[in-house]
Design a protein around this ligand. Structure first.
Ligand code: KMH
Ligand code: ZN
Length: 308
């Protein structure tokens, strides 16, 4: 089997600060958490930014600049910038970091879904910041918009900047969307799929659904034309990681997707979640890829070709 590519998703936009005191919020904390995750074994770090004063998800290029320049200075890790943003951002705002920073990778959400976060309100005893509760409430009526027009824009942006998309697949129909984008030559093989499982509004994080998605991708694209990785949201982070490790897939962990190291115990850092994934890989005799090895497997342009 190919070496295991571990991605660490450092802070995201779905976790709110009141859920865990360990969520990195300022550019400095986000960068340092990413650097530690890389030292623990992550080959890729998936990056969102937040407003330093209160942790509100941010699309401000200056916040991103502070994060990516510090990571690049201290680490060889591959930087993947989000274009998913948050429930409060327009599609234009979400994508502008790619032409600005020309990263090696960026996320590319392959379809529109309901993206509901409101059930976590009941589990939060006290809100630290005023924005958090209305933000989670808003998600109840929120469609995460990723239309064919948006795809057209993002396909152009990734082509023009030599950025490899982390293609987020939240449901089986998203594979058919990708099939269309390849057939119309907007994207080309080999592609890197990220199965996102367990968002309320999309496919659930079950073993049979992971097998189904992987088989469907093989049937549509052919085994040699894609690599794949899995995100299990919440408690599914490690059960699906174990499956992917054994099925030849890759794995994403991190506080963006899950805040617990085990039932009822908060993870103290992204590095701790990465360490657990590394030990799972060792338990199943799967070697972990370095950033350089991940660059080769994914066909990335290299750290010297980014714009920061
Ligand atoms: N937050 C994850 C469920 C993105 O940043 O574009 C998916 C994600 C999307 O990482
Ligand atoms: Zn993300």
């Amino acid at each position: 089997m190919e070496k295991l590519i571990l991605t660490a998703a450092i802070t995201g936009a779905a976790t709110v600060p009141s859920q865990t005191p360990y969520l990195p919020l300022t550019p400095r904390q986000i960068a340092d958490s990413a650097i530690e995750a890389a030292e623990a074994g992550a080959a890729i770090v998936h990056i969102h930014a937040r407003r330093p004063e209160d942790g509100l998800p941010s699309s401000d290029p200056e916040h991103f600049r502070q994060i990516v320049t510090r990571i690049k200075e201290k680490s060889d890790v591959v930087i993947c910038l989000t274009t998913g943003g948050s429930v409060l951002m327009t599609v234009e705002e979400r994508a502008r970091v790619v032409p600005l920073f020309k990263p090696e990778m960026c996320s590319f959400n392959l379809g529109s879904i309901n993206f509901a976060l409101h059930p976590s309100i009941d589990r939060i005893k006290e809100f630290k910041y005023d924005w958090e509760k209305p933000y989670l409430e808003k998600s109840k009526d929120f469609v995460f918009k990723n239309t064919f027009k948006d795809f057209e824009h993002l396909c152009r942006v990734v082509r023009e900047n030599g950025t490899k998309p982390e293609l987020e697949v939240y449901d089986v129909g998203h594979l058919y969307n990708l099939d269309y984008l390849v057939r119309t030559k907007q994207l080309s093989f080999p592609v890197h799929l990220q199965f996102v499982m367990g968002v309320l509004g999309a496919i659930r994080a079950t073993p049979e659904d992971l097998i189904y998605l992987k088989n469907k991708a093989e049937a549509l694209f052919g085994r040699e034309n894609f690599t794949w990785s899995v995100i299990g949201i919440g408690a599914a982070q490690f059960s699906l990681s174990a499956m992917a490790i054994n099925m030849g897939g890759h794995v994403r962990v991190g506080l963006e997707d899950n805040i617990y190291i085990k039932r009822g115990v908060l993870a103290k850092s992204n590095a701790e979640l990465v360490e657990k994934a590394v030990s799972l890989a060792a338990a199943f005799n799967r070697e972990v890829a370095t950033p350089e090895e991940a660059r080769k497997v994914l066909g990335l342009k290299g750290k010297d070709k980014v714009n920061f």
